[in-house]
Design a protein around this ligand. Sequence first.
Ligand SMILES: [Mg+2]
Length: 180
Amino acid sequence: MNQIKTLAFDMDEVITDTLSKTITLYNQLFQKNITKQDLVGKRLSDTLTKEQAELLHREVDKEGFFRDLAIKEKDTKAILEELNKKYKVFICTAAMEVPNSLKDKYLWLKEELPFLNDQNYVFCGDKSILATDYLVDDSLYQLEGFKGQGILFTAPHNQLREDHSFVRLNNWNEVAEYFL
Ligand SMILES: [Mg+2]
């Protein structure tokens, strides 16, 4: 019998819409009115001075910021639940840059994805340590170090990047089509 394949999913910008909440905070802090469309091909920090980027980072790292994030798409949960019947699903999130997010992320996952065992959460730094068969992530940096099959999940910052050989999935319907 074939062994059950293991799938790792990144959290921010793959399972959760962290960017929308960050943009709202950014607009409040700096009296701006940017949208996701304005961020195609760049990161928020590219539009800020070093001091502004540090201020934004401090605010994002405050306890509670990651506790009430919106799910990425309306079908994300249902698709993850289906995937979890066919594969071993892991949630692998690089939480070290925002250490105060750890508890919020844990509580969010327990509440929003109750069908997953909390033994399948991986709070990590560098994802090259992962040994899953697949990693779905919006970060090319993390995918480049990953030893299994990397899948690039589209986010504004990577939307224009073609300098890689990863399969690109644009949304959760494409995730479902690819894996189910
Ligand atoms: Mg991410």
